[in-house]
Design a protein around this ligand. Structure first.
Ligand SMILES: Cc1ncc(CO)c(N)n1
Length: 222
């Protein structure tokens, strides 16, 4: 079993609560209230800015050049690809870059991004990549599951663009790469004594991802 599979297995309750949150089902069938999605989009932009900072920390925390380049590629994937797609997606929802940058971060954004940055600052590159894994790899898994649903790509589903973006080949390749790199770091740096620490970080990050969906979900009409 790969290291990533092992993490998922150990954190199966947290993983399910995150990847099968009702918010995601609302995206799949188009039933998610628009206010919930709009709130999520604004907060996700603020999240991505801090997430880019965590990748920058991964560059710094890299023991060697190959790890450094991998982290730099991840940083560029966020700053140059994912954030541009996000701005485009937001424009379609009537949200300008100004609207996005003026927003105040929700406590769920602060809690999650500070947690990941802290795990990286006090730990090594592996601890940081474990904290990042639910975000990067989780979204790829969620979108693949949603894309297989009957209404996911229907023109009547307002969330089809979001699903297609994360289920699409470029994002899936980013996630596959992150997964392979995590497994290779684990081969180099995991010791039995570290398992509990790393599983705890993974569980916490998955829990904070579920809280992120919950934040969006609460912004929808009751
Ligand atoms: C909250 C959150 N987690 C993961 C991703 C994927 O990058 C995202 N855009 N937002």
């Amino acid at each position: 079993m790969s290291f990533f599979e092992r993490l998922k297995k150990e954190a199966s309750a947290e993983w399910r609560a995150y990847t099968e949150h009702p918010f995601t089902d609302g995206l799949a069938d188009g039933s998610l209230p628009e206010a919930a999605f709009r709130h999520y989009l604004v907060q996700d932009y603020l999240f991505l800015i801090e997430f880019a900072r965590a990748y920058a920390l991964a560059v710094y925390k890299s023991p060697g050049l190959a790890d450094m380049r991998e982290a730099a590629t991840g940083l560029s994937a966020i700053l140059d690809v994912e954030m541009n797609l996000h701005v485009e997606l937001c424009a379609g929802w009537g949200l300008s870059p100004d609207d996005l940058e003026r927003a105040a971060p929700a406590v769920e954004v602060l809690a999650y991004t500070r947690y990941v940055l802290d795990a990286g600052m006090r730990g090594d590159l592996l601890a940081l990549k474990v904290a990042l894994a639910p975000c990067v790899i989780g979204y790829a898994e969620i979108a693949t599951r949603l894309a297989a649903r009957p209404n996911a790509s229907a023109t009547t589903n307002p969330y089809r663009v979001w699903i297609a973006e994360y289920a699409g080949a470029p994002y899936q390749a980013v996630a596959a790469n992150a997964r392979a790199h995590l497994d290779s770091l684990a081969e180099r740096y995991v010791t039995p004594a570290r398992h509990a620490e790393l599983i705890a970080i993974f569980k916490e990050a998955a829990r904070l991802e579920a809280d992120f969906w919950e934040m969006g979900w609460r912004a929808g009409p009751a």
